[in-house]
Design a protein around this ligand. Structure first.
Ligand code: AMP
Length: 405
């Protein structure tokens, strides 16, 4: 077996638990470096499975109790394993980790996949978070009533893109809201009146070296990431602080691989950590064109114990997500988007059917002016649906923060 710090050289077989678009882009980056790839996922038509060299068909959250044969087959066919979503089965990751390098390790995944563990970890290490309380019991619920409203109740597990979240104006709405979530373990936190939302992506290799990308500014629509602009218009001090906090969280978690830290930025420039993802992130997709090393290439390097690449930007950029809504009422006009901006890069994930809210692809534009990049990305996306008015072209929101330019 490979010693922990020995690099894993091409053409080793890199496995990814999960077959979605993040896995697909990891596989593409691994192929660029000459690796063989294996994905464990439930369908051969999943985005990563379509292009990996080898597929093990099993649910990506499989565990030794139910799917021992699949995990065994996967372990035999891989030299190292990473993940593309955090809702994998942590004991399954631990089982794999006893047999081959699995990065990130099960413990970081176990913390990040549950909001109670995640917020407890962040609070215990002194990282800034919104005022919050865990809710597991009726006694917890009573203690949570001391938080002044407005509040957000979030299920501890399996919440994403705003699912499993209820906004409450007053603490007395907590009890019925918790019942509507079947009294599942939750956290409740104060609503942060943020000026904008940002994310930082850190790559960390087994030697403990890290590289942090410039800060991403994330704009959501209906709780789903809509547009990312980099660098974020937050001024150098807030940006440096965010990157330093992200690097320190990655070190405290001893993550090997990628860690995404999402923050709220308050109008006075304070930072509060919203959540962690121990993997590449939708906000980092623009690094494929805009950074000297993409987030997926860093994931390959970190997994294989190779030197990390530069996380510097080649230039400012914006990314617009392409959701399934764009397929209705008419399929997107790819020719129109390509004609609208000859510098646009379009990525489609190969999903066979479009559904509203489903992430089907994204597009990226580089421009010396980040807000011009944003306007151009929105315009290229709007060109896909010339008759739709819900996506106004060129809309650009400029936050007003101290020190932002
Ligand atoms: P999450 O799944 O925790 O990332 O939440 C999804 C989105 O809900 C975030 O991107 C924010 O826009 C919003 N949100 C979550 N928590 C809070 C909070 N404490 N205060 C204000 N907005 C929040």
């Amino acid at each position: 077996m490979t010693a922990p710090l020995d690099p894993i050289h091409p053409p080793a077989r890199l496995g990814v638990l999960g077959g979605g678009q993040l896995g697909r882009m990891f596989v593409q980056a691994a192929h660029d470096l000459g690796y063989r790839t294996v994905t464990l996922t439930s369908s051969p038509d999943d985005p990563a499975a379509q292009i990996a060299h080898d597929v093990v068909l099993a649910p990506p959250d499989c565990h030794p109790g139910a799917d021992l044969e699949s995990l065994r087959t996967f372990a035999e066919r891989c030299d190292a394993v990473t993940i593309e979503f955090e809702n994998v089965h942590a004991p399954g990751v631990r089982w794999l980790g006893r047999r081959l390098p699995v990065r990130p390790g099960w413990h970081a995944v176990w913390i990040a996949q549950n909001r109670i563990r995640e917020k407890s970890f962040l609070s215990r290490h002194g990282f800034p978070v919104p005022d919050w309380r865990p809710i597991r019991t009726q006694a917890d619920l009573h203690r949570a009533l001391e938080l002044p409203g407005p509040l957000i109740l979030k299920t501890a597990a399996s919440g994403y893109d705003g699912r499993g979240q209820i906004r409450l104006d007053h603490p007395h709405e907590l009890d019925p809201a918790w019942s509507s979530l079947n009294r599942a373990p939750c956290i409740v936190e104060r609503v942060v009146p943020f000026a904008l939302e940002i994310s930082c992506i850190v790559a960390r290799n087994p030697q403990g070296h890290s590289a942090v990308y410039p800060v991403f500014w994330n704009q959501h629509r209906h709780h789903i990431l809509d547009v990312t602009v980099c660098p974020a218009p937050i001024g150098p001090i807030v940006a440096a602080t965010a990157r330093q906090i992200a690097r320190r969280i990655a070190a405290a978690l001893q993550i090997v691989g990628l860690l995404t830290v999402e923050f709220f930025v308050t109008p006075s420039g304070d930072l509060l950590v919203n959540e962690l993802a121990p993997r590449p992130h939708n906000s980092g997709h623009l690094t494929i064109e805009a950074a000297e090393t993409s987030q997926f290439s860093q994931q390959v390097r970190a997994l294989c114990g190779l030197p990390l690449g530069s996380a510097n930007l080649r230039g400012p950029a914006a990314m617009a997500n392409l959701l399934g809504d764009l397929w209705f009422p008419h399929p997107p006009r790819w020719d129109a988007a390509l004609a609208a901006d000859s510098a646009v890069s379009i990525h489609l994930y190969g999903k066979s059917s479009a559904k509203p809210r489903r992430k089907m692809g994204h597009l990226t534009i580089l421009d010396a002016d980040p807000l011009a990049a944003e306007a151009r990305a929105r315009a290229a996306r709007a060109a896909l649906q010339p008759h739709k008015s819900s996506c106004p072209p060129g809309r650009s929101v400029s936050p007003n923060l101290p020190g932002s330019s």
